[in-house]
Write a protein that binds this ligand. Structure first.
Ligand SMILES: CC(C)(COP(=O)(O)OP(=O)(O)OC[C@H]1O[C@@H](n2cnc3c(N)ncnc32)[C@H](O)[C@@H]1OP(=O)(O)O)[C@@H](O)C(=O)NCCC(=O)NCCS
Length: 119
């Protein structure tokens, strides 16, 4: 996703929940983030976008920031979190499966191969 799209789809979204989204920092550098948005479903939130700066990948950062999102959501009464995963995105699939997300069903999307998980 380009920064332009990220800015419009996530950062400027009226659904964005800033207080439940987390970033990882190394000194002054932002190295990872995971956002969460309102889902429209009762007691349910939806992951926005998770990303880790290339030089910092493979160290568990994606898992850590997504875990912080889940812990914060849970402590605020959220019962489930939905996340979408490109079927070719093996690293993200691995993270989601390790965190306990369970594949539910393919959702209608303009981009085939996106899956919906529920935890
Ligand atoms: C997906 C992404 C967030 C993962 O970040 P990360 O910090 O490297 O993730 P983690 O280190 O927490 O875990 C990655 C896991 O995937 C595994 N993995 C990485 N590449 C893999 C591959 N090609 N096939 C299978 N597993 C892979 C790693 O071994 C690790 O699993 P492990 O902990 O069991 O060893 C990062 O690659 C990224 O920013 N990608 C671009 C943005 C993106 O695609 N975001 C997802 C859309 S929401």
């Amino acid at each position: 996703m380009s920064y332009h799209d990220y800015n419009i789809i996530i950062l400027k979204s009226p659904l964005m929940l800033w207080e439940g989204s987390f970033v990882a920092k190394k000194d002054d550098l932002y190295v990872g983030s995971s956002s969460v948005i309102k889902s429209g479903l009762k007691d349910t939130m939806e992951q926005g976008f998770t990303a880790v700066r290339p030089g910092f990948r493979g160290r568990g950062l994606a898992q850590a920031v997504k875990l912080l999102v889940a812990k914060h959501a849970r402590s605020h009464g959220v019962k489930s979190i939905l996340t979408h995963n490109g079927s070719q995105n093996e690293a993200m699939l691995r993270v989601n499966e390790k965190l306990g997300f369970v594949k539910r069903s393919r959702v209608t999307s303009t981009e085939p191969g996106w899956l919906r998980f529920g935890a």
